[in-house]
Ligand binder design. Structure first.
Ligand code: E4P
Length: 220
């Protein structure tokens, strides 16, 4: 399973790359705003961190676009900026239409804001590289999420779609593990979610216990 970092902050991205061997990055307009940089500067800076690696960086088109034509125009421009860029489009009718055009042109798309298996099925039919079900948003709304990822994975296996399931808006270690058990290809999560998920209080407790024993034992 691959881990992507959900961020547009250069310091977080560098840390995740150098300490965790992160497999890619996903960004959205909220992350870019939080980076404090203009959009193009922020995405160019991320691209620089992964130059020559082939690791995917998802960048989202202007969410105000209402037509497929407008989405395609911006997507083509963004895709030409870095071979790492995968274009995020929303799961709307215009988004699907733009996805179809872009996949025919060989431009990779991450279909985002996906909340149902039906949306994920249409995305795969039209050639999406990644499809991003937002599990955290659904769970925060009191909805059960494990079946959604399981259904998408099963559908993709049934029909041998190459589209990868990128479980997004992940909030904790349990959701990461559930996504892995369901067979998702990728999870994307924020910096703090991964940092906490890699840790466990029992590890710290055990280390303290063993350190105390070590200190009470002569070395030779
Ligand atoms: C995924 O690609 C999205 O950027 C992300 O997971 C959105 O969720 P959040 O901003 O609520 O974490």
């Amino acid at each position: 399973m691959k881990f992507f970092l959900d961020s547009a902050k250069a310091d977080e991205i560098r840390y995740a790359r150098d300490m965790w061997n992160i497999d890619g990055v996903t960004s959205n307009p909220r992350h870019v705003r939080n980076s404090g940089k203009p959009f193009l500067t922020a995405i160019r800076d991320i691209a620089r961190e992964f130059e020559g690696t082939g690791k995917p960086i998802s960048v989202e088109v202007n969410p105000h676009h209402l037509t497929a034509e407008a989405m395609v125009e911006e997507a083509v421009k963004l895709a030409s900026m870095s071979p790492n860029f995968v274009i995020k489009l929303p799961a709307t009718e215009a988004g699907y239409r733009a996805l179809w055009t872009l996949s025919e042109r060989g431009i990779r798309v991450n279909l985002t804001l996906v909340f149902s298996a039906m949306q994920a099925l249409q995305a795969a039919r039209l050639g999406a590289t990644f499809v991003s079900p937002f599990v955290g948003w659904k769970e925060a709304n009191g909805e059960e999420i494990s079946h959604l990822v399981q259904e998408i994975v099963t559908i993709y296996r049934n029909y041998h779609f190459k589209t990868e399931v990128l479980v997004a808006a992940v909030r904790n270690a349990r959701q990461i593990v559930e996504a892995a058990v369901a067979g998702a290809h990728i999870v994307t999560a924020g910096f703090d979610v991964f940092k906490e998920a890699f840790d466990n209080p029992y590890t710290a407790m055990g280390l303290k216990r063993f350190s105390d024993s070590w200190d009470a034992t002569p070395y030779e």
